[in-house]
Design a protein around this ligand. Sequence first.
Ligand SMILES: NC(=O)c1ccc[n+]([C@@H]2O[C@H](COP(=O)([O-])OP(=O)(O)OC[C@H]3O[C@@H](n4cnc5c(N)ncnc54)[C@H](O)[C@@H]3O)[C@@H](O)[C@H]2O)c1
Length: 269
Amino acid sequence: MSYLDKKYGLSGKTAIITGGGGTLCSAIAEGFVCAGANVILWDIRPEAMKEKAEVIAKACGDKSKIAYVEVNLMEEDSIAKALKESVKKFGSVEIFINGAGGNRGKGPLVDVKAEDYEFVLKLNLLAGCVLPAKHIAKYWIDNKIKGNLINVASMAGFNPLSGVWAYSAAKAGVMNQTMAYAKELAPYGIRVNAIAPGFFIADQNRKLLLNDDGSPTQRGKDVLERTPMGGFGLPEQLTGSTIFLASDAADFVTGVTLPIDGGYLCNNI
Ligand SMILES: NC(=O)c1ccc[n+]([C@@H]2O[C@H](COP(=O)([O-])OP(=O)(O)OC[C@H]3O[C@@H](n4cnc5c(N)ncnc54)[C@H](O)[C@@H]3O)[C@@H](O)[C@H]2O)c1
Protein backbone atom coordinates (compact mmCIF):
# COMPACT_ATOMS: atom_id res chain seq x y z
CA MET A 1 0.00 0.00 0.00
CA SER A 2 1.40 3.43 -0.93
CA TYR A 3 2.13 6.11 1.69
CA LEU A 4 -0.84 8.17 0.51
CA ASP A 5 -3.21 5.18 0.50
CA LYS A 6 -2.15 4.28 4.02
CA LYS A 7 -2.53 7.84 5.34
CA TYR A 8 -5.53 9.10 3.42
CA GLY A 9 -7.20 5.98 2.02
CA LEU A 10 -10.39 4.58 3.53
CA SER A 11 -9.95 0.91 2.63
CA GLY A 12 -11.28 -1.47 5.26
CA LYS A 13 -13.61 1.16 6.74
CA THR A 14 -17.38 1.40 6.49
CA ALA A 15 -19.18 4.75 6.54
CA ILE A 16 -22.84 5.59 7.07
CA ILE A 17 -23.76 8.86 5.35
CA THR A 18 -27.12 10.41 6.26
CA GLY A 19 -28.82 12.61 3.70
CA GLY A 20 -27.20 10.21 1.23
CA GLY A 21 -30.06 10.56 -1.23
CA GLY A 22 -29.32 14.28 -1.54
CA THR A 23 -26.91 16.36 -3.60
CA LEU A 24 -23.94 17.00 -1.32
CA CYS A 25 -23.86 13.80 0.70
CA SER A 26 -24.14 11.55 -2.34
CA ALA A 27 -21.09 13.36 -3.79
CA ILE A 28 -19.20 12.75 -0.53
CA ALA A 29 -20.33 9.12 -0.67
CA GLU A 30 -18.92 8.76 -4.17
CA GLY A 31 -15.56 10.11 -2.99
CA PHE A 32 -15.55 7.73 -0.03
CA VAL A 33 -16.26 4.65 -2.18
CA CYS A 34 -13.59 5.67 -4.67
CA ALA A 35 -11.18 6.11 -1.68
CA GLY A 36 -11.84 2.47 -0.71
CA ALA A 37 -14.61 2.68 1.92
CA ASN A 38 -17.82 0.71 2.04
CA VAL A 39 -20.65 3.23 2.19
CA ILE A 40 -24.23 2.89 3.41
CA LEU A 41 -26.47 5.78 2.44
CA TRP A 42 -29.22 6.69 4.90
CA ASP A 43 -32.17 8.78 3.79
CA ILE A 44 -35.94 9.03 4.07
CA ARG A 45 -36.20 8.76 0.24
CA PRO A 46 -35.36 5.21 -0.95
CA GLU A 47 -35.83 6.02 -4.65
CA ALA A 48 -33.32 8.87 -4.44
CA MET A 49 -30.81 6.59 -2.70
CA LYS A 50 -31.29 3.86 -5.30
CA GLU A 51 -30.54 6.36 -8.06
CA LYS A 52 -27.47 7.79 -6.27
CA ALA A 53 -26.15 4.30 -5.43
CA GLU A 54 -26.27 3.38 -9.12
CA VAL A 55 -24.36 6.54 -10.09
CA ILE A 56 -21.74 5.88 -7.37
CA ALA A 57 -21.30 2.21 -8.36
CA LYS A 58 -20.74 3.28 -11.95
CA ALA A 59 -18.36 6.13 -11.11
CA CYS A 60 -16.21 3.97 -8.81
CA GLY A 61 -16.51 0.77 -10.87
CA ASP A 62 -17.63 -1.29 -7.87
CA LYS A 63 -21.21 -1.97 -6.84
CA SER A 64 -20.23 -4.20 -3.90
CA LYS A 65 -19.16 -1.20 -1.80
CA ILE A 66 -22.38 0.84 -1.84
CA ALA A 67 -25.65 0.08 -0.06
CA TYR A 68 -28.57 2.05 1.32
CA VAL A 69 -31.02 1.87 4.20
CA GLU A 70 -34.25 3.82 4.54
CA VAL A 71 -34.55 5.78 7.79
CA ASN A 72 -36.54 8.60 9.32
CA LEU A 73 -33.99 10.41 11.44
CA MET A 74 -36.74 12.26 13.29
CA GLU A 75 -37.57 8.96 15.04
CA GLU A 76 -35.19 7.16 17.37
CA ASP A 77 -36.73 3.73 16.77
CA SER A 78 -36.08 4.16 13.07
CA ILE A 79 -32.43 5.16 13.72
CA ALA A 80 -31.87 2.15 15.98
CA LYS A 81 -33.37 -0.20 13.37
CA ALA A 82 -31.33 1.33 10.53
CA LEU A 83 -28.11 1.04 12.53
CA LYS A 84 -28.74 -2.63 13.28
CA GLU A 85 -29.45 -3.33 9.61
CA SER A 86 -26.37 -1.34 8.52
CA VAL A 87 -23.96 -3.14 10.86
CA LYS A 88 -25.15 -6.44 9.35
CA LYS A 89 -24.35 -5.27 5.81
CA PHE A 90 -20.56 -4.92 6.13
CA GLY A 91 -19.89 -6.27 9.64
CA SER A 92 -19.09 -2.98 11.40
CA VAL A 93 -19.24 0.80 10.97
CA GLU A 94 -16.27 3.08 11.66
CA ILE A 95 -17.32 6.43 10.13
CA PHE A 96 -20.62 8.29 10.44
CA ILE A 97 -21.51 11.46 8.54
CA ASN A 98 -24.45 13.47 9.84
CA GLY A 99 -25.49 15.04 6.54
CA ALA A 100 -29.29 15.18 6.54
CA GLY A 101 -30.71 18.67 6.86
CA GLY A 102 -32.43 21.47 5.02
CA ASN A 103 -34.44 24.63 5.33
CA ARG A 104 -38.10 25.63 5.04
CA GLY A 105 -38.94 29.16 3.94
CA LYS A 106 -37.27 32.52 4.40
CA GLY A 107 -38.71 35.77 5.76
CA PRO A 108 -38.60 38.55 8.33
CA LEU A 109 -38.42 37.81 12.05
CA VAL A 110 -41.91 39.23 12.62
CA ASP A 111 -43.37 36.55 10.30
CA VAL A 112 -41.66 33.54 11.90
CA LYS A 113 -44.05 30.61 12.29
CA ALA A 114 -43.35 28.54 15.39
CA GLU A 115 -44.35 25.33 13.60
CA ASP A 116 -41.85 25.88 10.75
CA TYR A 117 -39.14 27.00 13.17
CA GLU A 118 -39.58 23.87 15.27
CA PHE A 119 -39.50 21.62 12.19
CA VAL A 120 -36.24 23.11 10.85
CA LEU A 121 -34.60 23.07 14.28
CA LYS A 122 -35.60 19.46 14.76
CA LEU A 123 -34.49 18.41 11.27
CA ASN A 124 -31.03 20.01 11.43
CA LEU A 125 -30.16 19.69 15.10
CA LEU A 126 -31.97 16.64 16.51
CA ALA A 127 -32.35 14.51 13.36
CA GLY A 128 -29.31 15.96 11.58
CA CYS A 129 -26.92 15.67 14.51
CA VAL A 130 -27.95 14.77 18.07
CA LEU A 131 -30.03 11.58 17.75
CA PRO A 132 -27.81 9.75 15.23
CA ALA A 133 -24.72 10.81 17.23
CA LYS A 134 -26.25 9.34 20.37
CA HIS A 135 -26.89 5.96 18.71
CA ILE A 136 -23.59 5.66 16.86
CA ALA A 137 -21.59 6.76 19.93
CA LYS A 138 -23.24 4.05 22.02
CA TYR A 139 -22.52 1.47 19.31
CA TRP A 140 -18.85 2.55 19.16
CA ILE A 141 -18.37 2.65 22.93
CA ASP A 142 -20.06 -0.75 23.44
CA ASN A 143 -17.96 -2.33 20.68
CA LYS A 144 -14.70 -0.49 21.51
CA ILE A 145 -14.53 1.01 18.03
CA LYS A 146 -12.46 4.19 17.64
CA GLY A 147 -15.09 5.75 15.44
CA ASN A 148 -15.09 8.95 13.51
CA LEU A 149 -18.11 11.27 13.43
CA ILE A 150 -18.39 14.14 10.96
CA ASN A 151 -21.26 16.62 11.25
CA VAL A 152 -22.38 18.91 8.45
CA ALA A 153 -22.64 22.53 9.60
CA SER A 154 -22.93 25.61 7.35
CA MET A 155 -21.79 29.20 6.91
CA ALA A 156 -25.06 30.02 8.66
CA GLY A 157 -23.61 28.48 11.81
CA PHE A 158 -20.71 30.98 11.88
CA ASN A 159 -22.73 34.01 10.88
CA PRO A 160 -26.54 33.92 10.64
CA LEU A 161 -27.98 34.21 7.14
CA SER A 162 -30.78 36.77 6.90
CA GLY A 163 -34.29 35.37 7.01
CA VAL A 164 -33.38 31.75 7.78
CA TRP A 165 -33.71 31.86 11.52
CA ALA A 166 -34.09 28.27 12.64
CA TYR A 167 -31.58 26.93 10.10
CA SER A 168 -28.89 29.36 11.32
CA ALA A 169 -29.61 28.56 14.96
CA ALA A 170 -29.56 24.82 14.30
CA LYS A 171 -26.26 24.91 12.38
CA ALA A 172 -24.65 27.02 15.15
CA GLY A 173 -25.92 24.29 17.46
CA VAL A 174 -24.29 21.63 15.27
CA MET A 175 -20.92 23.42 15.62
CA ASN A 176 -21.40 23.69 19.37
CA GLN A 177 -22.27 19.99 19.68
CA THR A 178 -19.26 19.06 17.54
CA MET A 179 -16.92 20.54 20.16
CA ALA A 180 -18.90 19.10 23.06
CA TYR A 181 -19.01 15.56 21.63
CA ALA A 182 -15.31 15.73 20.72
CA LYS A 183 -14.43 16.38 24.37
CA GLU A 184 -16.85 13.76 25.71
CA LEU A 185 -15.83 10.99 23.31
CA ALA A 186 -12.06 11.54 23.10
CA PRO A 187 -11.34 9.14 26.00
CA TYR A 188 -12.85 6.36 23.83
CA GLY A 189 -10.62 7.26 20.89
CA ILE A 190 -13.63 8.63 18.99
CA ARG A 191 -13.04 11.78 16.93
CA VAL A 192 -15.77 14.31 16.15
CA ASN A 193 -15.39 17.07 13.56
CA ALA A 194 -17.60 19.01 11.18
CA ILE A 195 -17.46 20.47 7.71
CA ALA A 196 -19.14 23.79 6.97
CA PRO A 197 -19.97 24.03 3.27
CA GLY A 198 -20.33 27.45 1.70
CA PHE A 199 -22.93 27.82 -1.04
CA PHE A 200 -23.48 24.78 -3.23
CA ILE A 201 -26.43 24.54 -5.60
CA ALA A 202 -28.70 21.76 -4.35
CA ASP A 203 -32.42 21.00 -4.53
CA GLN A 204 -33.09 22.72 -1.21
CA ASN A 205 -31.56 26.12 -2.17
CA ARG A 206 -31.73 26.21 -5.99
CA LYS A 207 -34.72 28.58 -6.10
CA LEU A 208 -33.12 30.89 -3.53
CA LEU A 209 -29.85 31.25 -5.47
CA LEU A 210 -30.77 30.78 -9.15
CA ASN A 211 -33.47 32.10 -11.46
CA ASP A 212 -35.21 29.70 -13.86
CA ASP A 213 -32.78 30.70 -16.64
CA GLY A 214 -29.78 29.73 -14.47
CA SER A 215 -28.67 33.30 -13.71
CA PRO A 216 -28.10 34.18 -10.03
CA THR A 217 -30.94 35.75 -8.03
CA GLN A 218 -30.13 38.86 -5.99
CA ARG A 219 -29.27 36.59 -3.07
CA GLY A 220 -27.11 34.48 -5.37
CA LYS A 221 -25.30 37.63 -6.54
CA ASP A 222 -24.74 38.68 -2.91
CA VAL A 223 -23.16 35.29 -2.18
CA LEU A 224 -20.93 35.43 -5.27
CA GLU A 225 -19.75 38.95 -4.40
CA ARG A 226 -18.75 37.73 -0.94
CA THR A 227 -16.92 34.64 -2.16
CA PRO A 228 -13.28 35.61 -2.89
CA MET A 229 -12.63 32.46 -4.94
CA GLY A 230 -15.76 33.16 -7.03
CA GLY A 231 -18.59 30.85 -8.05
CA PHE A 232 -20.83 28.50 -6.14
CA GLY A 233 -19.24 25.32 -4.78
CA LEU A 234 -19.41 22.09 -6.73
CA PRO A 235 -20.49 19.05 -4.67
CA GLU A 236 -17.26 17.18 -5.50
CA GLN A 237 -15.30 20.04 -3.89
CA LEU A 238 -16.45 18.74 -0.49
CA THR A 239 -14.92 15.34 -1.02
CA GLY A 240 -11.19 15.81 -0.40
CA SER A 241 -11.59 17.71 2.88
CA THR A 242 -14.15 15.22 4.18
CA ILE A 243 -11.94 12.25 3.27
CA PHE A 244 -9.10 13.97 5.12
CA LEU A 245 -11.18 14.31 8.32
CA ALA A 246 -12.30 10.68 8.03
CA SER A 247 -8.80 9.34 7.35
CA ASP A 248 -5.96 8.34 9.64
CA ALA A 249 -4.11 11.42 8.39
CA ALA A 250 -6.33 13.42 10.77
CA ASP A 251 -5.95 11.10 13.74
CA PHE A 252 -5.08 13.96 16.14
CA VAL A 253 -7.79 16.31 14.80
CA THR A 254 -10.99 16.56 16.81
CA GLY A 255 -13.56 19.25 17.67
CA VAL A 256 -12.99 21.42 14.59
CA THR A 257 -15.43 22.75 12.02
CA LEU A 258 -13.70 23.03 8.66
CA PRO A 259 -15.12 25.68 6.30
CA ILE A 260 -15.23 24.65 2.63
CA ASP A 261 -16.44 27.94 1.27
CA GLY A 262 -14.13 29.54 -1.30
CA GLY A 263 -13.15 32.11 1.35
CA TYR A 264 -16.69 33.36 2.12
CA LEU A 265 -15.85 33.57 5.84
CA CYS A 266 -12.66 35.57 5.40
CA ASN A 267 -14.21 38.21 3.18
CA ASN A 268 -13.77 41.77 4.44
CA ILE A 269 -14.06 45.34 3.21
N1 LIG B 1 -26.34 23.09 -0.40
C1 LIG B 1 -25.63 23.95 0.30
O1 LIG B 1 -25.19 25.00 -0.18
C2 LIG B 1 -25.34 23.67 1.75
C3 LIG B 1 -24.52 24.59 2.43
C4 LIG B 1 -24.21 24.35 3.75
C5 LIG B 1 -24.66 23.23 4.39
N2 LIG B 1 -25.48 22.35 3.71
C6 LIG B 1 -25.93 21.15 4.45
O2 LIG B 1 -25.48 20.01 3.75
C7 LIG B 1 -26.38 18.92 4.00
C8 LIG B 1 -26.85 18.31 2.67
O3 LIG B 1 -27.55 19.33 1.99
P1 LIG B 1 -27.94 19.28 0.43
O4 LIG B 1 -27.78 20.65 -0.06
O5 LIG B 1 -27.25 18.17 -0.27
O6 LIG B 1 -29.50 19.02 0.54
P2 LIG B 1 -30.44 17.88 -0.04
O7 LIG B 1 -31.82 18.35 0.21
O8 LIG B 1 -30.04 17.53 -1.42
O9 LIG B 1 -30.13 16.63 0.93
C9 LIG B 1 -30.68 16.49 2.21
C10 LIG B 1 -31.19 15.07 2.35
O10 LIG B 1 -31.69 14.87 3.69
C11 LIG B 1 -32.78 13.95 3.58
N3 LIG B 1 -33.68 14.02 4.74
C12 LIG B 1 -34.51 15.04 5.07
N4 LIG B 1 -35.23 14.70 6.15
C13 LIG B 1 -34.84 13.47 6.53
C14 LIG B 1 -35.23 12.60 7.57
N5 LIG B 1 -36.18 12.93 8.47
N6 LIG B 1 -34.64 11.39 7.67
C15 LIG B 1 -33.70 11.02 6.75
N7 LIG B 1 -33.29 11.80 5.75
C16 LIG B 1 -33.85 13.03 5.63
C17 LIG B 1 -33.49 14.39 2.32
O11 LIG B 1 -34.36 13.38 1.82
C18 LIG B 1 -32.34 14.75 1.40
O12 LIG B 1 -31.99 13.67 0.53
C19 LIG B 1 -27.51 19.50 4.85
O13 LIG B 1 -27.23 19.27 6.21
C20 LIG B 1 -27.43 20.99 4.55
O14 LIG B 1 -27.97 21.77 5.58
C21 LIG B 1 -25.82 22.55 2.41
